[in-house]
Design a protein around this ligand. Structure first.
Ligand SMILES: [Zn+2]
Length: 84
């Protein structure tokens, strides 16, 4: 049975179930990472938004500090414009 990824040579990534794996040392999914949940560092998009809204930097394992700073600035500007 041929799946679509086999036919087109591209594997679609589902960002809904990605997480950081300590052994892979990167953001992975269950499709790309063979390790167990004990090696995984899960941080949902909702949790990240909560952190950014509070002006806190997400864990380094998840987002590089320089990226976090950009996201925090973005949230501040967004937050001030919609009064949320
Ligand atoms: Zn892994």
């Amino acid at each position: 049975m041929n799946s679509l990824p086999d036919e087109i040579g591209i594997v679609p990534l589902c960002f809904s179930y990605t997480f950081y794996c300590r052994k892979c040392q990167g953001i992975v999914s269950h499709k790309t990472c063979p390790h167990t949940e004990q090696d995984h560092f899960s941080l949902s998009g909702t949790k990240v938004r909560e952190l950014l809204r509070a002006g806190e930097i997400p864990p380094v394992e998840f987002t590089r500090p320089e990226v976090s700073n950009i996201l925090i600035e973005w949230w501040r500007q967004k937050g001030s414009s919609n009064g949320n």
